[in-house]
Design a protein around this ligand. Structure first.
Ligand SMILES: Cc1cc2nc3c(=O)[nH]c(=O)nc-3n(C[C@H](O)[C@H](O)[C@H](O)COP(=O)(O)OP(=O)(O)OC[C@H]3O[C@@H](n4cnc5c(N)ncnc54)[C@H](O)[C@@H]3O)c2cc1C
Length: 203
């Protein structure tokens, strides 16, 4: 009951732009963990993701990107105005314009009260403006499995612990269920593995 979704977008570019879905709405702080962006894109936004970014931010992001060209997506649409871009992308009329207007209004003061992106990335989006097509940039794999108590006893579907059966790590549905972050697997496995051993020794 847990899915990790990798997102193959360049963090240096994503943080400098805004990610919108197929309705022209932002749905995630662009500077967050890419796995979270992937989960929200694939599972909550129909795998529709477009990075809207102006030329200056794009150039700055590319300069900050590591040498690998793997992530260096090229814009699919380029326009002088948000209205023009919105129309070229086929987004519902007015949606992207409203999103950029609200984003820019707060970015003027280096804030993002809507989604909480860090102040350092909150810069108003100017012109020329472009959009990078990030649809189908997600790849998912499952995590999770057996439900356990905090003492690593495996729970029956009835909710009762099964006597003498313990589990820890990636065969369980632990702290990694919904919202995986790199590193949590080893922490989860070793912490609950130790508790499983202590519980089993007591039994
Ligand atoms: C390339 C890569 C990079 C990763 N990077 C990170 C990272 O940076 N941070 C992080 O937290 N996690 C990372 N992970 C994930 C993490 O390594 C695993 O989630 C974790 O090791 C899982 O531990 P586990 O004890 O649940 O399972 P495993 O480590 O897979 O242990 C299961 C053990 O059971 C044994 N086994 C299988 N079948 C049987 C059987 N029938 N009888 C007896 N023994 C059996 C296997 O040989 C194995 O030793 C990475 C994984 C990969 C593949």
């Amino acid at each position: 009951d847990a899915t990790e979704v990798a997102f193959f977008g360049d963090p240096q570019l994503m943080a400098r732009g805004i990610l919108v879905n197929g309705r022209g709405n932002r749905y995630v702080p662009e500077d967050t963990y890419p796995g979270r962006i992937g989960q929200l894109t694939l599972l909550k936004n129909d795998n529709q993701a477009f990075l809207v970014i102006d030329e200056a931010a794009y150039e700055e992001g590319c300069a900050a990107t590591s040498s690998t060209p793997f992530f260096r997506f090229r814009p699919k649409w380029v326009a002088e105005t948000v209205e023009e871009l919105e129309s070229d992308m086929g987004l519902p009329a007015g949606t992207l314009q409203a999103t950029v207007e609200v984003y820019n209004r707060h970015a003027e003061t280096g804030t993002d009260p809507v989604l909480g992106k860090k102040s350092e990335w909150c810069v108003p989006i100017g012109s020329p403006i472009a959009a990078i097509d990030l649809r189908n940039c997600t790849a998912g794999f499952t995590l999770g499995g057996l439900r356990t108590t905090v003492d690593s006893e495996v729970l029956h579907v009835s909710g009762e612990p099964i006597p003498g059966l313990f589990a820890a790590g990636r065969c369980t549905s632990g702290v990694c269920a919904w919202g995986y972050a790199s590193g949590t697997s080893l922490g989860d496995g070793s912490f609950f593995g130790r508790r499983a051993g202590i519980s089993a020794a007591k039994g």
